[in-house]
Design a protein around this ligand. Sequence first.
Ligand SMILES: [Zn+2]
Length: 193
Amino acid sequence: MVQIDLLRLRQCGTQPLTGSIGPDSELWDGCGLRFAGPVEVQGSASLAAGGGIVVQGSWRAPLVYECGRCLDDLQVAVERSLTLLFTPDDSWEAPDPDVRVIDGRETVLDLRDAIREEIVLEAPRYYTAGEEDGRCTRCGSPAREYRSEPNGLGPMDPRWAALKVLQTNQEENDGGSQETGFQAAEAEAPHTR
Ligand SMILES: [Zn+2]
């Protein structure tokens, strides 16, 4: 539940906000994001001049992306600050997309729709893991496997590239081919001296 008790808010002036929205909530239907766990929301709500309400805090969403390089699933926790402004509908004048209207007769302010909007707006659509020493920092696959080939054939299908990595690892683990490589290096050595 991510909501504010408006009666207590009007009594106390501020109310803490903590809550979570499950990854399978229908709230996320059609939003184009994948969640690995619940979205956590925390902060506080306070009364503002003129009967408005200010909610300040943060949200944290454990999102799942397909790595833009290798299509492996990547879990990325996206965290952003949250500021929501609500104004009583009778003071509604100039339409401001950042200010939401609150019905003065409500006793509970449900923040889920507002939080959904914020997350859909601010969470990245795509995510590509970084690259370090030629390897994807998340999955460890060699980054060069996913670059386009100079011969114009275009980038290798990442699914094939993933198989190729497996194949290469297998060859490395195979004693026979390692020995062959060692012998070849030894044979070359006299010429380089
Ligand atoms: Zn990757």
